[in-house]
Design a protein around this ligand. Structure first.
Ligand code: ADP
Length: 694
């Protein structure tokens, strides 16, 4: 606008009909008409070569040119003459020795003769315009510079805050397009090992989609050549140069020039930035400087991204290992806040939640309280241990789904660079199976030991039994031997012989009974004993045995209690009789001081099933509690001073048990030492399930 005022002043000053301003365009080597005023103002924008007409002459000679008869001017041009220019005045525009352009005024019909005063006047105006132009230029440059610094700042910020490499490089590509006035810019990412470039971010989706070129080898195409040489390349016209790839793409998109520059980080080539333009690039020093900064930023961004990718990969690897570990792992801040937990630990939280529901875990997931409390819950000396860099190991039991799980926890400290403890790591290993195995081994060891003790006892009992049996056998044998010797040595009366024979018979019968008992037990235990089933009135059996025994137990009061409602049971009468005999003879034997003995028969309900109940109660020595379970075992005799001298083989009760069990019944004893015992026998009413062969 200011230049327009100067041109208007020029019109009045010289009485011209047209005044114009030409600006020297150094890169193009042309004078460019910026403005033209007056009644014969010219269309804006034709370019004038420095060797063309008076305008060119004034500029190249750097001198004012006055032409009052244009038709005769040696430097005038045909266009002006044809247009009807009569006279013209052109002055150069310079500022501090720098050629900026020219200012011209043309007279078409006026009769003013241009003189020295006009030259001086226009010269003064030109001086002012030059200053103005220079200022505008400077301001524009300054604005451009500010804009670029802004762009650079934005990119720098972006690079330092964003880890999205595509976004950062895309924005740098955009900025490069704006800076250079290009049409398209793209990054080609280098794979130094494979010596290939792969297309990265770019500035324009449409142009990018228009080509299939995604990769090129080093040395191939312009970017490939830059990758190989690591030096920037500037081609004004790729069609002339002819070595650029996909020329059809260039033609379709009306592209012509390329600027390709390497993006380096130290020695490493990271990428190539390719900028494609429609006209040759004209970059000044400032442009180059800014472009360098862009490339530096791109280098940092790519380097950061690859560092970040490394860190992320390491983190992922570590996380994968931690997550797939069969152990539960946590990292906690000393205050208890969780910094890291793994999958197994979260599963365990759920297990724990089952035990104590309703609390949120410290790190946000729903679960029970943490497996172990926060660091504050550690004992003070634990903290000292950790502060010294040592590990604390302990065992704990968790109840998940009612199943107790045993864990071995190892807690270790983590220190930062300053040596401050900033986290506690804990690894929980499930040792439940190992524990179970250990417990199992311990249990079977104990069982083995118990069996050994039992074997030992059995062995002892057997030797005891042998001693007893040999003593028991010897007594009748000695009698038989003595009596038969006596009979062979002397003549006796038939009545005496009869007496001896009856004595021998009694002793032999005793022997037979003992042997039968032994064999019976053997057979019963080998399950070879035959039972003869019949309907047995238990009350009757009991009464018969009691009556038969009464004469041999004069010191005792024997009585029977018999239920009249009890039906007969299916059983082997002889065997049941033997049970009553054995129990009653024991009652008498082990109540040496006499007392009451009651034998009873009645009802009993076992698991709601009615059964026959037989019992024998005495007021004798009783059985110590620890022997109650073993009196029914073979050869077991309760050894107490009170019963020394009471003869027995330890076979009576085992025989009772065998008979009862063969009948699918049950036998047990209740007793108190010094007060007496009650032996109970239960027999099913319907007898043994499988009828024994008869
Ligand atoms: P034995 O009487 O031949 O020793 P048993 O098998 O009949 O063998 O009895 C085993 C042990 O049970 C006996 O040695 C005795 O110590 C104890 N016992 C059996 N019946 C009684 C009872 N009624 N009172 C006290 N102790 C008894």
């Amino acid at each position: 606008m200011v230049t327009r005022e100067a041109l208007t002043s020029a019109l009045t000053l010289i009485g011209a009909e047209e005044a114009a301003l030409y600006r020297w365009d150094e890169p193009d080597g042309l004078l460019c008409r910026l403005d033209s005023v007056g009644p014969r103002a010219l269309d804006i924008a034709p370019f004038v070569r420095p060797d063309d007409g008076l305008v060119g002459y004034s500029f190249t000679q750097q001198t004012a040119v006055v032409e009052n008869v244009y038709l005769q001017s040696p430097h005038g041009n045909a266009r002006a003459r044809d247009a009807g220019v009569r006279a013209a005045l052109i002055v150069p525009l310079t500022h501090r020795g720098q050629r900026l352009g020219v200012m011209s005024a043309a007279i078409y019909s006026g009769d003013h003769i241009i003189g020295a005063v006009d030259v001086e006047g226009l010269g003064l105006l030109a001086g002012q315009v030059a200053v103005m132009l220079e200022n505008t230029e400077r301001t524009a440059q300054l604005e451009r510079r500010i804009e670029r610094i802004r762009t650079l700042n934005r990119l720098t910020r972006l690079v330092s805050t964003s880890l999205d490499l595509d976004d950062v490089l895309g924005q740098i590509a955009h900025a490069a397009v704006e800076l250079t006035g290009a049409a398209f810019a793209s990054f080609w990412m280098a794979d130094e090992a494979a010596k290939t470039l792969g297309r990265g971010a770019y500035s324009d989706d449409g142009m990018a989609a228009d080509t299939d070129l995604r990769a090129m080898a080093y040395g191939q195409g312009t970017a490939g050549r830059v990758a190989q040489s690591r030096k920037p390349m500037l081609i004004d016209d790729v069609f002339v140069e002819g070595q650029t790839a996909i020329l059809d793409w260039w033609a379709r998109n009306n592209l012509r020039s390329i600027l390709a520059v390497p993006v380096l980080h130290g020695d490493r080539l990271l990428a190539v930035l390719a900028v494609n333009g429609r006209a040759p690039f004209r970059l000044d020093a400032l442009d180059n400087e800014v472009l360098d900064s862009f490339l530096a930023q791109a280098g940092i961004a790519i380097h950061n991204a690859s560092l970040y990718a490394d860190v992320r990969r390491h983190r992922e690897q570590l996380q994968a290992i931690i997550d797939h570990s069969p152990a539960a792992i946590t990292l906690r801040a000393p205050g208890g806040h969780y910094l890291l937990t793994n999958r197994r630990w979260k599963q365990l939280q759920h297990v724990n939640a089952a035990a104590e529901p309703g609390q949120d875990g410290a790190d946000g997931h729903v679960g029970g309280p943490p497996l172990v409390d926060d660091a504050a819950a550690l004992a003070p000396n634990d903290l000292v241990t950790l502060a010294h860099g040592n590990t604390i190991e302990s065992e704990m039991v968790l109840y998940g789904d009612g199943e107790p799980l045993t864990f071995l926890s190892a807690t270790f400290p983590l220190f930062d660079a300053a040596g401050t403890l900033y986290a506690l790591g804990t690894i929980y290993t499930n040792i439940t199976d190992r524990k179970r195995l250990e417990d199992g081994i311990a249990a079977s060891l104990a069982a083995q030991q118990a069996a050994n003790v039992r074997l030992e006892q059995l062995h002892h009992a057997q030797s005891e039994f042998l001693a007893v049996v040999s003593h028991e056998f010897r007594t009748p044998l000695t009698g038989i031997q003595g009596l038969s010797e006596l009979m062979s040595e002397k003549d006796f009366d038939p009545s005496e012989v009869q007496q001896f024979a009856s004595d021998i018979n009694r002793e032999a019968a005793r022997l037979t009974r003992m042997i039968t008992e032994l064999l019976d037990l053997e057979r019963m235990e080998a399950a070879q004993m035959k039972l003869y089933h019949e309907s047995v009135e238990l009350g009757q059996v009991v009464k018969e045995v009691v009556e038969r025994t009464r004469p041999t137990a004069l010191a005792h009061t024997l009585s029977c209690v018999v239920s009249v409602t009890l039906p007969p049971v299916v059983a082997d009468r002889d065997k049941v009789t033997q049970v009553v005999v054995n129990l009653l003879s024991n009652a008498i034997k082990y109540a040496p001081d006499g007392g009451e003995i009651t034998v009873g028969v009645g009802w009993w309900r076992e698991d709601a099933v009615p059964q026959a109940h037989l019992w024998v109660r005495d007021q004798g020595l009783g059985i110590p509690a620890e022997s109650l379970a073993t009196v029914f075992d073979r050869y077991t005799r309760v050894e107490l001073s009170a019963r020394r001298g009471i003869q027995g083989t330890g076979l009576g009760l085992p025989i009772v048990r065998q008979i009862v069990e063969l009948h699918r019944g049950r036998v047990w004893v209740e007793s108190e030492v010094g007060r007496g015992s009650t032996f109970h026998v239960l027999l099913p009413l319907d007898g043994p399930a499988t009828p024994a062969a008869g």
